[in-house]
Design a protein around this ligand. Structure first.
Ligand SMILES: Cc1cc2nc3c(=O)[nH]c(=O)nc-3n(C[C@H](O)[C@H](O)[C@H](O)COP(=O)(O)OP(=O)(O)OC[C@H]3O[C@@H](n4cnc5c(N)ncnc54)[C@H](O)[C@@H]3O)c2cc1C
Length: 518
């Protein structure tokens, strides 16, 4: 008898979700995480005592409600908090635009910039509701080929959808709807986040769709915080997995996935221990799994070639800080104001965003970066000591390979640039920031094992989604090695804290388990 039915390589949120589903169905499961803590990119740490920092992933919303319900995550401490406004965008001329959870309130904001855009906005929202009606049922299921998806529509409707959603750039897509640059850029940041692409890059309309699949408190296309920090999500997942009977082991790096006669027999840890398992599910990215964990002779050469071609370029860094006051924005001086409680977008125009990308594209950290910033402690005081705050900024563009120098030396200069840019909108920022840390794309790769520092385990541009993810021919969680599966965000539907790849992989494994040798 094998030690386990399933050994899961990696305790990221998807590994934990897979473990929860498998254990709940009665399988004997072990999760092997190389770090001292589980959670992967979804952890909260205290680099400064009393200040809870979402080191990597920082906003919730994409987690599928079905996963929350079936794994009983609320019972184990998961508490999402919808924030409002969804985005506060200050502009250099002293104006600002906020996107609220109430569409009528947003429509009125948009009216300040363009009456025509305010009229277009309800139709824009309706378009996305239609897209979500289409995409949502596809998230918790193995990927369908894009061609089949299109075939589900009558001729011209399918063609229009293909063009809008999968081929167009965010700029071209938004130009169809709106005339005001301020309105366009308020929506455009979600089309580039985490990716080495600019708003004029074809395919970015889909990236916007990917970041619109969130559902919280019955509202769609929204984001929120996880009370107490993102780590509470993976703590809840770990508790659920253990509750259903899974074994979790930390500081247990897997060195090799063992293969005999074309099928996996288990894994070997760095310390030499062999853990026999009928199936292995890898939560690591496709490159690490295929190119480093598997013996090279076990992987067909054409698979090696395809995996080597996966686009996995890091584009962003995190700037995390502790503050003893709040930034005061020239465009909204009331401090604290409602804008402090949601997402703050430092990105004043479409051209600004494209130029920031131009720097990144050629290997330079943007002279004036785009920043998505949150002060979670305003809405959730458990994040910082009384009257103090935490700030997290997701900053683009930070190429993994810097043309001049290395990330280990460049951080102080990057911090100066971030604070200078921030100060253009909130001049007191340097006064209130007391300590900061930068998590570079290189740190993301070193700490989490994400190849190239890409936050999604491979880009989520249209050439790498659905049946193309991670590679054409092996997109449905199974691999060419019998009994080996991918269960992380390298697989459909990709990155973000969705729980979907873990859920889907578990279903496929449960389907196969009866046929796998004991
Ligand atoms: C900086 C950053 C910011 C982000 N912001 C957001 C956000 O705000 N909202 C959002 O929804 N998404 C965000 N994302 C994306 C999201 O966090 C990830 O897509 C998601 O968490 C990936 O989960 P995963 O379980 O698939 O993989 P991972 O979290 O990458 O987990 C993989 C795990 O496998 C382990 N592992 C790897 N190799 C081995 C081995 N050989 N042996 C044992 N263990 C191994 C790793 O240590 C890790 O714990 C962000 C990601 C990053 C990096």
């Amino acid at each position: 008898m094998a030690d386990f039915d399933v050994a899961i390589v990696g305790g990221g949120h998807n590994g934990l979700v897979a473990a929860g589903y498998l254990a709940k169905a009665g399988a004997k499961v072990v999760v092997l995480e190389r770090r001292p803590i589980v959670g992967g990119a979804v952890i909260t740490e205290e680099p400064w005592p009393g200040y809870r920092i979402n080191t990597f992933s920082y906003v919730a919303g994409l987690l599928r409600p079905q996963v929350v319900e079936e794994l009983e995550l609320s019972r184990f401490g998961y508490r999402p908090m919808l924030y409002d406004p969804q985005a506060f965008c200050p502009f250099p001329d002293g104006r600002s635009l906020s996107l609220w959870n109430d569409p009528e309130k947003t429509r009125k904001e948009i009216e300040k910039f363009s009456k025509r855009d305010a009229r277009a906005y309800p139709k824009y929202e309706e378009f996305w509701d239609g897209v979500l009606d289409l995409l949502e049922p596809l998230l918790l299921a193995p990927p369908v080929p894009l061609a089949d998806l299109m075939a589900a529509f009558p001729g011209s409707a399918a063609e229009e959808l293909l063009r809008n959603l999968f081929l167009r750039s965010a700029q071209d897509f938004l130009d169809q709807w709106f005339e005001s640059d301020e309105v366009k850029v308020a929506f455009a940041t979600n089309a580039v986040i985490g990716e080495m692409v600019g708003p004029r890059t074809p395919g970015t309309a889909y990236v916007l769709a990917h970041h619109s699949i969130g559902t919280l408190d019955g509202l769609r296309k929204v984001w929120g915080f996880s009370r107490g920090g993102m780590g509470r999500i993976t703590e809840a997942m770990a508790k659920a997995a253990e509750h259903f009977g899974a074994t979790l082991r930390t500081s247990a790096p897997v060195r090799t996935i063992n293969v005999r006669d074309g099928r996996t027999t288990g894994v070997t840890l760095d310390n030499g221990d062999f853990i026999e398992a009928r199936a292995v599910a890898s939560n690591a990215d496709a490159q690490h799994t295929y190119l480093e964990l598997l013996p090279r002779e076990a992987v067909p050469p054409e698979v090696v070639r395809e995996v080597e071609r996966i686009k996995s370029r890091g584009a962003a860094l995190k700037f995390n800080a502790r503050l003893d006051g709040l930034p005061k924005f020239t465009a909204a001086p009331k401090t604290p104001g409602p804008h402090h409680a949601g997402a703050i977008e430092i990105c004043p125009s479409m051209e600004y965003l494209e130029r920031a990308y131009d720097d990144g594209k050629y290997g330079h950290f943007s002279q004036r970066p785009f920043m998505d910033c949150e002060l979670q402690s305003v809405a959730d005081p458990s994040m910082a000591p009384p009257k103090k705050h935490v700030m997290t900024c997701f900053v683009q563009y930070a190429p993994y390979s810097l043309k001049d120098g290395s990330w280990d030396d460049f951080k102080p200069e990057a911090a100066e640039r971030i604070l200078d840019t921030y100060a253009e909108f909130a001049p007191n920022i340097r006064k209130v920031v007391k300590d900061w840390q930068i998590v570079s794309p290189l740190d993301i790769e070193r700490t989490l094992g994400l190849t190239g520092g890409n936050i999604f385990q491979g880009s989520i541009t249209p050439d790498q989604i659905f049946s193309f993810r991670p590679i054409l021919g092996w997109a449905g969680y199974r691999t060419p090695i019998q009994g080996l599966y991918l269960c992380g965000s390298a697989a459909h539907p990709g990155g973000g804290v969705t729980g979907a790849p873990g859920h889907n992989a578990a279903q496929v494994i449960l389907e196969d388990l009866p046929q796998l040798p004991r």
